[in-house]
Design a protein around this ligand. Structure first.
Ligand SMILES: N=c1c2ncn([C@@H]3O[C@H](COP(=O)(O)OP(=O)(O)OP(=O)(O)O)[C@@H](O)[C@H]3O)c2ncn1[C@@H]1O[C@H](COP(=O)(O)O)[C@@H](O)[C@H]1O
Length: 94
């Protein structure tokens, strides 16, 4: 059964393929420095997550965590990887 992560990853893959105008995801795939932009976002959002956790701001923690997961999935797609790679690694640690 697909969950929200599978659905989101499928949307990201579709944006990569179809590159619709006005799509933030598509802009990351078309921009020359798109991968750098994703890596910068991951760095910024991780700092923001740490601050939110230190502040005990649960809503902000969830918000920043979602930003990180989204950009992480975009990065996986840029690397021609997918959720299966992530699941395999996590399973191997159990
Ligand atoms: N989950 C996300 C998602 N999370 C974050 N972002 C975008 O990531 C960008 C950067 O996030 P920030 O929090 O840094 O936002 P910001 O306000 O621009 O902050 P600054 O850069 O100004 O500091 C923003 O433009 C957000 O809209 C996302 N954009 C898209 N998605 C998902 O991807 C789907 C497809 O989106 P499009 O590709 O835009 O059609 C959407 O329906 C969502 O499900």
């Amino acid at each position: 059964m697909d969950d929200v992560l599978d659905d989101l990853f499928a949307v990201i893959e579709d944006r990569k393929e179809t590159l619709p105008e006005g799509s933030y995801t598509a802009s990351l795939f078309t921009h020359e420095k798109g991968e750098n932009a994703v890596l910068e976002k991951l760095g910024e959002e991780t700092t923001e997550l740490v601050i939110a956790a230190k502040d005990d701001d649960d809503d902000e923690v969830a918000y920043e965590a979602a930003d990180i997961v989204y950009h992480l999935l975009v990065l996986l797609s840029m690397k021609e990887m997918d959720l299966e790679d992530l699941r395999t690694e996590l399973e191997a640690r159990r």
